[in-house]
Design a protein around this ligand. Structure first.
Ligand SMILES: [Zn+2]
Length: 297
């Protein structure tokens, strides 16, 4: 697990599988949310009461997470520690949040007077980028901005960003190093892909290289671009269907995987047309296999 965790702090991606050994813990977590939500603050309670909000984050969330671990037993300790973003997503109901004009639910750990406006601008820019490349996005994930990866007690979150899925709940977690349009667009694209392809098809049919390659189409960080004039064969990245195979522990290899995935999806999208991407994902949602809808060439 650690092998996979280290690079997550440098890159942003989602890495969840409902069929792994921790699925039961996750489902149990969802059940616990419902219990804890009963004593959580309501979504619009936050207002400008920063002191109250800080108190909630520092004590209530930590306490809820601690209770989650305690009640879930030993197995969940390792699981939650290894997948802290999942734990935070599971208890996101308990995190005070605000509704932006577009319906996006945003919980921020730094809700200073200007912060909501900054976040709103970043989200609008990121969604605008997705719109420009693929067409209007429709997913409305819970977006959690945090400025301290140790904010949630013993749980350390990816300092850049990650997208987590628990059932129909999608959480985009943006860390202090990810508060830029590239990372936010990347993570929102994961949410959009999941929305379009559907919950089951995402896990059964969607290869990690394609998911990451789609997200990289709206992520313009230059380190993931293959330099002009350099000839590479990016096709082998198509073998990296699973998260385990894609998210290599070696940082250089991982960067290459992202770059190759980006290149392969760019070649595909230019061939079929970027604006047909949603339709292709919908075909998989309707039952086509990935190979049939997207092709393997
Ligand atoms: Zn990603």
């Amino acid at each position: 697990m650690e092998r996979l965790l280290q690079p997550r702090r440098r890159h942003c991606h989602r890495r969840e599988n409902p069929f792994d050994g921790a699925a039961k813990v996750r489902l149990f977590s969802v059940a616990l949310i419902r219990i804890f939500a009963a004593w959580s603050t309501s979504a619009d309670e936050i207002g400008s009461d920063f002191t109250h909000w800080e108190m909630v984050l520092r004590f209530r969330i930590s306490r809820i997470l601690a209770a989650l671990v305690a009640v879930s037993g030993f197995g969940a300790v390792g699981y939650a520690a290894a997948n802290p973003a999942v734990a935070v997503c599971a208890v996101s109901d308990a995190i005070p949040s605000i509704h932006l004009n577009d319906g996006t639910l945003v919980a921020s750990s730094t809700l200073e007077p200007d912060q909501a406006r900054v976040i709103q601008h970043l989200l609008l820019d990121a969604k605008g980028r997705i719109r420009d490349v693929f067409g209007e996005p429709r997913s409305k994930p819970i977006v959690l901005f945090f400025d301290d990866s140790t904010r949630f007690g013993p749980f350390r979150l990816n300092e850049y960003g990650s997208t987590q899925f628990i059932g129909s709940r999608t959480c985009v977690l943006i860390g202090p190093k990810g508060q830029n349009v590239d990372v936010i667009s990347h993570e929102l694209m994961h949410a959009e892909t999941a929305d379009r392809i559907g919950f089951w098809a995402k896990f059964i049919e969607l290869p990690t290289w394609f998911d990451e390659g789609l997200a990289m189409q709206v992520d313009f960080r230059p380190e993931y671009d293959i330099q002009a004039g350099v000839i590479v064969d990016s096709k082998p990245v198509r073998e990296l269907r699973s998260a385990r195979s894609f998210f290599a522990s070696d940082s250089e290899l991982l960067t290459a995987n992202y770059a190759f995935a980006k290149n392969e999806v760019t070649l595909w999208a230019k061939r079929v047309g970027y604006l047909s991407t949603y339709a292709h994902l919908e075909r998989i949602r309707q039952g086509e296999t990935f190979e049939s809808a997207i092709g393997t060439k």
